[in-house]
Write a protein that binds this ligand. Structure first.
Ligand SMILES: NC(=O)c1ccc[n+]([C@@H]2O[C@H](COP(=O)([O-])OP(=O)(O)OC[C@H]3O[C@@H](n4cnc5c(N)ncnc54)[C@H](OP(=O)(O)O)[C@@H]3O)[C@@H](O)[C@H]2O)c1
Length: 248
């Protein structure tokens, strides 16, 4: 394994759902992973998963900007080649109109999904850019580019992060930094989504988080095959370029 390949891949949202599937997939394929979330990872059992010792977990609350700054500073001597953003605060309870979103909900959702992850991106750029091999993958959402009815805070946070990363991509395209924004065209059964559905909800049409983890691992394992940009993930795991408006 070359020096570049032993550099760490940092994954947010690692304790459950899509982020957990990504950590499991990457670590089981020889990658070294730095995982962050508020709750401890329950799946790091080396007797069950021999690859678990390739994962180093740190407790981090992304809604706490000071803690995010401190965490980024703690990585000063760590080599990082990829940043995967999968953390999300979906907001309070079931869908509710914008007029009913409380100030704490706005602050938590935007603070976690947008501000916390943006600080992480901006502080780690100095590690990702100079190698010319760095990449950022945002597990984005249809709500970043379409109206998020009943989920205005979630939609605003995802659209904000999407725009932030488009700016980063444009600023560093010439430096070789690749930024991927992946928009699933299907729903995935995750703990976060389960909490937002009725107890008797039929999830049979939903995909497993492992599908997105497979797509992501393919991008990381075969650099250069998929150029940076925004992609729709189809249900069969294929990627379809999404045409962004580049200028008006
Ligand atoms: N599931 C879907 O159908 C679907 C569809 C389209 C897009 N997506 C996108 O996929 C990504 C993952 O979604 P998911 O459904 O897997 O979510 P999920 O099951 O709710 O998991 C969210 C993760 O984010 C972490 N998190 C939440 N608040 C945090 C905070 N304040 N600080 C640090 N970490 C925090 C959670 O860890 P802790 O609670 O331990 O901190 C958890 O690991 C999201 O970006 C979402 O927009 C999902």
């Amino acid at each position: 394994m070359g020096e570049g390949e032993s550099a760490r891949i940092l994954v947010t949202g690692s304790s459950q759902g899509i982020g957990k599937a990504i950590v499991m997939r990457l670590a089981s394929r020889q990658h070294f992973v730095l995982a962050v979330s508020r709750s401890k990872l329950e799946y790091l059992d080396t007797s069950r998963y021999p690859w678990a010792d390739r994962v180093a977990w740190t407790s981090l609350d992304l809604s706490n900007a000071t803690a995010v700054e401190q965490y980024a500073a703690s990585l000063e001597n760590t080599s990082i080649r990829a940043l995967i953003l999968s953390a999300v605060d979906y907001g309070d309870g079931a869908r509710h109109g914008a007029s009913t979103i409380s100030t704490p909900e706005w602050q938590r959702v935007i603070g976690t999904n947008l501000v916390g992850q943006s600080i992480l991106v901006s502080r780690l750029l100095s590690k990702l850019v100079p190698t010319g091999l760095g990449l950022i993958v945002n597990v984005s959402s249809d709500v970043a580019v379409t109206p998020a009815t009943g989920r205005a805070a979630y939609g605003a946070s995802k659209a904000g992060l999407h725009a932030m990363l488009r700016a980063v991509e444009a600023e560093h395209r010439a430096d070789g930094l690749r930024v991927y924004q992946l928009i699933p065209t299907f729903q995935t059964v995750t703990e976060g989504i389960r909490r937002r559905r009725p107890a008797d909800f039929d999830f049979s049409s939903y995909a497993e988080p492992a599908l997105i983890a497979e797509v992501l691992e393919r991008i990381i394992a075969t650099p250069g095959q998929v150029t940076g940009g925004t992609y729709l993930i189809r249900r069969d795991g294929t990627l379809q370029p999404y045409d962004e408006v580049a200028s008006l």
